[in-house]
Each structure stands twice: as C-alpha cells, then as structure tokens.
Design a protein around this ligand. Structure first.
Ligand code: 4AD
Ligand code: MG
Length: 462
C-alpha cells in the first residue's frame, strides 16, 4: 500500500479533504451486523475512536470475525461523512489487514471499567485505556506548557546533574549510586567510598537546586526540569521514589517575587490544560471528578491566600478540630493541618511562608527575627504541598554559620559558598512537583496513576 498513514485525530478532523486514507490502530470494540461489521479503532492520537465500517465485500473482510479488543489493524478505505451520531466522519474499509492479533480470552483489558489498582498491575497495557491515554497526553501537554511558560518569561533552561555528592535537603533520603562489586561494597565505609567510581560517595539527586543557583547567579533566571529521586519510606498517595520537579531560580529576587512566580506558573499550567486539552480534560471532568472544571476555574480566578506560618498556627490552634498531630509554634505542619487550611478554613490555595528556621533546610534565608526563614510552601486543596521554595541565604557569614550549626560538611560546600563570596546577590527559587500538578488538573487521587511506570516504596515492576 502506498498511501501514507493518517492518524485517527486527523481523520476525525476530515483528513484535510482526503477521501482515500489509511489508518492504523488498535481495535477497541467490534460489533457485527448483517452484511458488515463496525470497528472502533484508536491509535492514541486522541481520545476518540474512529468508526470503521467493514462491508462483507471489502478485501480482508473475512478476517473481521477473528478481531477482538486489543488487536492491531491497518485499514485502507474511504473517509465519508458519518450518518451515525457522535462523529462527523467514518471510514468505509476497502481493505483490512491484521497487524497483530490479540486473543480476546487472554487480553486483560476488557470493555468494562477496571479498577486503578488492577490497572497498575498492567502498566504496560493501561496506556491503551481511555483514562491513561488521556492522562499521558495531558502529561505531555503540561510538560510542554512548562517550557513555554519559562521561555515566554525569559528563563534559560538548564540541565542540572542527576548524580550528586551532596544532600540538598539534608533529609537523608538519597539513593546511593555505586559501581562497586558486592565484595568491594563490603569494605569499611571510607575505603568503600575511596574505591568507588568517583572516589567518594555518590547519590541520585533529591533536587537540582544547589547547582541551579550558580547558574542563576550567572544567567539571571533559569529553571531545571527533570527527574528527582527520594528514598522516602512512606507509602502515601502523593510520594514517589522517582518524580519530576520543575525548579526555577531567580537572581535579584526575594520571597515575594518567588510567590508571584509560583502562583503565576501554576495558574498558567492549569489554564493551558483546561483550555487547550479540552477533549482529554473533559474525560476527567466527566468520569473522575465532576467538580473539577469549577474548582480549576476558581483556582485561576482567585488570588492565593498568603499566610505567615505564625498565623497558620494561630488558626489551627483556634480550630475546633481533633488533630492527630500536635500544632504549635516551631512544629512542622502535617498534611492534616495543611488540609484543614486549604479545604476547610480558606477553601482555596494557600501559600504559607516564614517557617521556623529549625524545621527548614540550611540554604533558606534567615529573617530579621532570627527565628524564621524566608521559606514558602504552596498548599492546594485535595493534594497538599505542590510547591516548596525559599529565598536563599546570600550572606556568606550567615550561610557558613548555619552549615556549621547543622554540622554539615563545610568543605563539601566550598563551591556553593564561593557564589556568596564573589558577587553575591539576593536570589530565590522553588521546586514544583510535576506529578502533583497533574493530580491537580486531572483529579486523579494517587500519584501512581499520573506516571506511566511509577516507582514507589517496594514497587519496581516494569
Ligand atoms: O519541598 P521540596 O523538598 O523542595 C526542594 O527540594 C527544594 N530544593 C526545591 C527548590 O527550592 N528548588 O520539594 C519540592 C516539591 C514539593 O513541593 C512536592 O510538590 C514535590 O517536590 N515532591 C514530591 N513529589 C512526588 N514525590 C515525592 N516523594 C516528592 N517530594 C517532593
Ligand atoms: Mg517541601
């Protein structure tokens, strides 16, 4: 066959007036009538299927009776206006070819609705369902929107390393990277590090921030966007061991600039998905979370609440709620507290800022009260923390003192400190959890279902 392939998406749009076209895809359903059969064919280019009518007289029509859900086909035919409801065009097959059969008895994706739990066990096939196909197209659109946003706002995209020697967050949740044999790995710690590939301990990064900072302190505005790794032993619906983070970093910026950027970026991403991805977004609004369109419209329209940590604590203490975890000055907010603030008290996104310095990372800029740091978390109803960031401590003496105080290895940060020694400037940045934004725009409640092949505590299949 010499005719080139047309996507289902293009065919449903009329294929630019072409009449004879060739479509390839997977059969979603087959329905037989007297003298012909209907196939619903999907090729992943869009949510909708193309209806294919196979007349008994078409070449290869005898193969139709063997076609089950999941089989792949190539169909040559005539694109005609559809007399049926629900689609403008349909394909009248003149020649049908089976590319790959699928035994209907064995194919795990049946026509009925499957549970998310079951679909996770067949992550290699679930992209062929409507829901996961739509999620993956939205994920792609969202990633492209991230790049467009930063390009339009003068940020340079930088590529921060994945293998690192330092723990940015100081939380000790890093995966070790090693090239040692089992026998070598049994050496005492110092000898083992010396023997290893880099001559020192190496890890997968928990954040690109520390290396993004020197780049921002040269280029002005940068962002990194890539995979991040955390060995958090928490089996929650919002934590993955491997996830993607968007990390902008701005020189000559303070905490307020940081909050403005986070709010503007989040609103832009939500706008893009709801406006430009109507068909896929519609699936989530219809089947996953009917309240989604209204909630996201409000998300974009209303300003986020900006709330100092101390006020958040006062609100929580005054709340007539039985929290499982204690609330009080100096204590970190737990997700139940974050939920109360966003879902019950304010009923919209809340940026909590000026956290106690004792519970935050070493690089955060100390406030004049000596008690708090210029940190911020963006909390969103239903999800919790979506963004975490801060102004960075740009004053060499304070930064050094903090590193000492926390007993971090000062020598290891020599290069980071030099950015403060030579031409230091106020700067700020944050990390946005890409999967958490996907949860926000789809209403999907579990992070495992917004990634193609999730890596979580005790799960490394596929
Ligand atoms: O708040 P975090 O830990 O901030 C940092 O790592 C900073 N160094 C970022 C920066 O300032 N450049 O993480 C940032 C965001 C969180 O708000 C959350 O959305 C997401 O990353 N995140 C996770 N997402 C999925 N699974 C996990 N285990 C996550 N841990 C953090
Ligand atoms: Mg955080």
């Amino acid at each position: 066959m010499s005719i080139r392939r047309t996507t289902v998406r293009a065919a449903l749009g009329g294929a630019e007036g072409a009449t004879e076209i060739r479509v390839m895809g997977w059969v979603r359903t087959r329905r037989d009538a007297k003298g012909f059969s209907f196939l619903e064919v999907n090729d992943g280019s869009c949510l909708s299927n193309l209806q294919v009518v196979v007349d008994d007289a078409a070449e290869g029509a005898a193969l139709v009776k063997d076609l089950g859900t999941g089989a792949s086909v190539a169909v040559l035919g005539e694109l005609v206006p559809s007399p049926g409801k629900g689609q403008r065009f349909e394909l009248r097959a003149t020649c049908l070819e089976i590319l790959g059969p699928a035994d209907p008895e064995a194919y795990p994706l049946q026509k009925k609705r499957h549970s998310d739990e079951f679909l996770r066990t067949i992550a290699h096939l679930r992209p062929r369902t409507n829901k996961y196909g739509a999620m993956l197209r939205l994920r792609s659109a969202l990633g492209q929107a991230v790049h467009r946003y930063f390009a339009a706002n003068g940020f340079a995209w930088v590529h921060t390393p994945i293998i690192t020697g330092s723990d940015c967050e100081g939380a000790g949740e890093m995966f070790r990277v090693t090239a040692l044999s089992d026998a070598e790995a049994a050496l005492p710690a110092a000898a083992r590090a010396e023997k290893d590939f880099f001559g020192k301990n190496a890890f997968l990064t928990v954040s690109g921030q520390l290396t993004a900072e020197p780049l921002a302190l040269a280029l002005g505005k940068v962002y990194s966007f890539g995979p991040t790794f955390r060995a958090e032993h928490s089996d929650t619906s919002r934590h993955a061991a491997e996830f993607w983070m968007v990390e902008p970093e701005m020189a000559f910026a303070d905490l307020e600039d940081n909050m403005d950027l986070a709010e503007s970026l989040l609103k832009d991403l939500v706008t893009v998905v709801t406006r430009d991805c109507a068909e896929d977004f519609g699936l989530f609004a219809k089947f996953v979370d009917p309240g989604l369109p209204e909630r996201l419209a409000a998300f974009v329209a209303e300003p986020f609440v900006r709330l100092p940590y101390a006020e958040a604590v006062s609100i929580l203490l005054a709340a007539k709620k039985d929290f499982a975890y204690p609330v009080g000055p100096g204590l970190d907010l737990q997700s139940e507290h974050e939920r109360f603030l966003t879902e019950e008290h304010f009923r919209r996104p809340v940026i909590v800022y000026d956290y106690p310095r004792a519970i935050k990372a070493f690089y955060m800029r100390q406030n004049d009260d000596n008690e708090t740091v210029a940190a911020m978390d963006v909390l969103v109803p239903g999800i919790g923390e979506v963004v975490g960031g801060s102004a960075r401590e740009e004053r060499l003496d304070l930064l050094e003192a903090r590193i000492r105080e926390l007993k971090l290895p000062l020598e290891a940060y020599w290069w980071y400190l030099e950015t403060r020694r030579f031409g230091t400037v106020p700067h700020a940045g944050f990390g946005l959890g890409f999967e958490r934004v996907l949860m926000l725009v789809t209403g999907i409640g579990n992070i495992r279902d917004v990634m193609p092949f999730a890596r979580t505590w005790r799960h490394l299949e596929f």
